[in-house]
Write a protein that binds this ligand. Structure first.
Ligand code: SAM
Length: 383
């Protein structure tokens, strides 16, 4: 990569996207990708990861107009090095494929203000592997480091903290950018955060990644993690674990009683619809006004194996059915007689319902805004 091309690209990356696309076209997509990899390389620090017992490959597909440039990041087994190379030269198949618009990737990597990652997708080869669900594949840490290097993540950034602690809330899922936006106003407050589901399942010492991530994100928070398995091995400093079965509202209420009123509750436990609903009924009243109630992994609402429904996407026994009903509750003042609604206490206690892929964030707050004036016609005049 010659210096003049690098200088043109780095300057264009801080201008408008059109300027950057023109600069990429002038330099050639392959040269622009080489420049991008030169920027990423020193930030990766992959040699710190030593857990690979086989070569691991993550493929980058960078799109510039009709052209796509492919590069493989090969991490060799037993910490014996890593390198970017042309795709498909290594006999091992890529564990994950990251696809993104090249101009957006360049902007995110070199522009001081960063950029969105709206055109990025991450596809996993072993997404269907059962063991990958319980313990993320080795390539997960490589993908996290690569994404962090491409986004100039710093220590104010929740996705960087997820990568640091090994939480799958970023990398496998894409939850942390949403959390960052919703939780930022509470960041420096002395809050109480409760997460259902510590992680690690039957292993008492497993999991705990998200608790440590929350501890570092909220410097004044008390962080509680509740699990059906004793996870007290993770108790340290501002982190405490609680032992209870979320399927049993009585045991749940008794376990959380000593912690007082939480400001944030996150349900990342069994993801069984019945449990998520009963947990919401038991814990939402405890949440402090101004607090956030979060439900993760909403995909199970569509899966009968988790008590979800294939028959109706509005089934009130599913999390998605509950959340859609809360949306009507938000607008309960506007419903007409043809849409009767039996009132619920949450109608006046939820001020916002935010949906993201597999994630919902509820704002607890007064919803007493009156409906539109009565003289505004609600029904179509007879023709
Ligand atoms: C997806 S993991 C949690 C991951 C963790 N929150 C993180 O982001 O690192 C789910 C956890 O929920 C726990 N769990 C499963 N069923 C539960 C139940 N009925 N009550 C409480 N915890 C449960 C499991 O033991 C497991 O550790």
């Amino acid at each position: 990569m010659d210096f003049a091309t690098a200088r043109t690209l780095v300057r264009a990356a801080t201008l408008g996207i059109d300027d950057l696309e023109r600069a990429i076209a002038a330099a050639g997509a392959c040269a622009a990708v080489d420049f991008l990899l030169d920027e990423i390389r020193p930030r990766l620090r992959l040699s710190e990861l030593s857990e690979f017992d086989q070569d691991t490959i993550v493929r980058l597909c960078l799109q510039a107009g009709a052209e796509t440039v492919h590069r493989d990041l090969v991490v060799r087994r037993n910490g014996s090095g890593w390198a970017f190379g042309p795709s498909g030269e290594h006999p091992v198949a890529a564990a994950a494929v990251i696809t993104q618009d090249l101009a957006e990737a360049l902007r995110g990597t070199v522009s001081p203000s960063g950029a969105s990652a709206a055109t990025r997708s991450v596809q996993w080869r072993d997404a269907d592997d059962f063991t990958a669900f319980h313990s993320p594949p080795a390539a997960f840490r490589v993908v996290q480091r690569l994404l962090a290097a491409m986004e100039r993540r710093d220590d104010r950034d929740l996705s960087a903290l997820a990568a640091h602690h090994g939480s799958d809330k970023w990398g496998l899922h894409n939850y942390t950018p949403h959390y960052q936006r919703h939780f930022e106003p509470l960041r420096d407050e002395p809050i109480v955060l409760l997460e259902i589901g510590v992680g690690g399942y039957q292993d008492p010492t497993g999991g705990g990644a998200s608790l440590r991530m929350w501890r570092d994100f909220f410097p004044r928070a008390l962080v509680y993690g509740l699990d059906v398995v004793d996870k007290s091995a993770h108790d340290e400093g501002r982190i405490r674990t609680l032992l209870a079965d979320q399927a049993d509202p009585g045991s749940l209420s008794r376990a959380v009683e000593p912690i007082g009123r939480p400001d944030i509750i996150i349900d990342d436990g069994s993801h069984i619809n019945k449990h998520v609903l009963s947990t919401f009924r038991a814990l939402f009243p405890l949440l402090r006004p101004g607090g956030k109630y979060v439900i993760e992994d909403l995909q199970t609402a569509y899966w009968p194996s988790f008590g979800g429904s294939e028959q109706s996407t509005c089934d009130p026994h599913t999390t998605i059915g509950l959340l859609k009903d809360l949306v009507d509750g938000l607008n309960h003042q506007e419903l007409t007689e043809r849409n009767p609604r039996s009132s619920s206490t949450t109608d006046t206690q939820i001020a916002g319902v935010h949906f993201h892929h597999n994630l919902a964030v509820l704002d607890k707050g007064l919803n007493l805004e009156p409906g539109a004036p009565s003289w505004l016609a609600r029904t179509q005049p007879e023709s």
